[in-house]
Design a protein around this ligand. Structure first.
Ligand code: FAD
Ligand code: NAP
Length: 323
């Protein structure tokens, strides 16, 4: 039977932003509810080594970090829900979200921390060969390509990390990038370029993923972005690593967003254009997109939510006294 869950602070998303908001919200007595969505723990659960989250001298694992964050949030009083929000009503004063389960979640405040999802190239063969050679997650699927030839598409941190990770399984990794320089951090570039198992193919865009007669990937078709020359690279696996798009479909027409779908917030704050509704983490950040910045903005959202409720409650008490 469908249930209605009520809370002072409803959080959609269980990545670093959502869980940090929950830790602060719970410690402020707001008894937060976190609706976890399809990727409990968020993007860091699909990576391995994390070397830049403060507090850890040794390299830590992304999934472990997120388990610890969740345990901390639960320890201080957060309720975690296995559900995915399918619609929201932001007309207020209570914000209502409905889950895939049929349950309804009512929050006096709402923190949107839905993060981002892998982007796809949108070229022929990509969808048809997804799971049959085409993937967007090397740490999830790299193991299947032990001793085989793989390509990675992209030039940012994710692509470089995916290529480096794949060398654990394959001696023949090709990074395909559409320009002649990488966007990735220098330390990662240095590791990539020094790795004898990795070849970089510059100035090539992928036109199509080509399947064999068994319906499995056999090659990628390319065009040189400078000369227009066509070519093919034979491969067993192709990992698309061209970044992520914000998960904001739910909020279209309800909250202000930029032309690429990132939620707009008041500069330097997580405040959206609706008082009591906050956006934290990658969902509103196309610049930094790091676990630590997501966690920081989750903290800010919880602090702002607490102040919003305190002011609202104080105004309510004052009105009652005047009546
Ligand atoms: P996310 O982590 O994207 O979490 C979003 C959450 O929202 C998920 O739990 C999802 O299930 C939930 N959600 C979405 N839609 C719904 C819905 N409708 N209903 C309910 N829940 C929903 N950053 C670093 O600092 N260091 C690194 O080493 C690093 N490595 C990375 C490696 C990879 C492969 C990737 C992809 C990213 C990496 N990043 C790294 C970036 C970092 O993971 C992100 O910046 C961070 O996870 C963003 O946190 P977030 O909480 O905003 O969103
Ligand atoms: P990103 O930085 O946005 O890079 C995306 C890459 O894909 C770019 O090189 C881009 O090319 C390329 N690309 C985009 N669309 C393409 C298309 N249609 N065809 C071909 N190539 C395309 O994304 P990201 O690498 O996923 O990183 C996202 C964020 O997470 C960043 O802030 C990053 O710092 C962070 N992150 C951090 C770590 C870490 O700290 N270790 C690890 C992973 C991710 P152009 O360069 O030509 O635009």
């Amino acid at each position: 039977m469908a249930t209605t869950h009520k809370t002072r602070m409803l959080i959609i998303g269980s990545g670093p932003a959502g869980l940090s908001a929950a830790i602060y919200g719970a410690r402020a007595g707001m008894e937060p509810i976190v609706v976890q969505g399809l990727q409990p723990g968020g993007q860091l659960t699909i990576t391995t080594d994390v070397e830049n989250y403060p507090g850890f001298r040794e390299v830590i694992q992304g999934p472990w970090l997120m388990q610890e964050m969740q345990a901390q949030a639960e320890h201080v009083g957060t309720r975690m829900m296995w559900d995915t929000i399918t619609s929201v009503d932001l007309s207020g004063p209570v914000f209502v979200a409905t889950g895939d389960s049929g349950d309804t979640y009512e929050g006096d405040t709402l923190v949107i921390a839905t993060g981002a999802q892998a982007r796809w190239l949108g070229v022929p063969g990509e969808q048809a060969l997804s799971g049959k050679g085409v993937s967007a997650c090397a740490t999830c699927d790299g193991f299947f390509y032990r001793g085989r030839k793989v390509v990675v598409i992209g030039g940012g941190n994710t692509a470089v990390e995916e290529a480096l990770y794949l060398t654990n399984h394959s001696d023949d990794v090709t990074l395909i990038h559409r320009r002649d320089s990488l966007r990735a951090e220098k330390i990662l570039q240095d590791r990539l370029l020094a790795n004898p198992k990795i070849t970089v193919v510059w100035n090539k865009k992928v036109d199509e993923f080509l399947g064999d007669d068994r319906g499995e990937l056999r090659a990628v078709a390319l065009t040189d972005t400078e000369t227009g020359e066509k070519s093919e690279i034979a491969t067993d696996g192709a990992f698309v690593a061209i970044g992520h798009a914000p998960a904001t479909e739910l909020f279209k027409g309800k909250l202000a967003m930029d032309e690429t779908g990132y939620l707009l917030v008041q500069p330097g704050t997580p405040k959206t254009d609706i008082p009591g509704v906050y956006a934290a983490g990658d969902v509103s950040d196309h610049t930094y997109r790091q676990a630590i910045t997501a966690a920081g903005s989750g903290c800010m959202a919880a602090l702002d939510a607490e102040r919003y409720l305190a002011e609202r409650d104080f105004a309510g008490i004052t009105e009652t006294e005047q009546a």
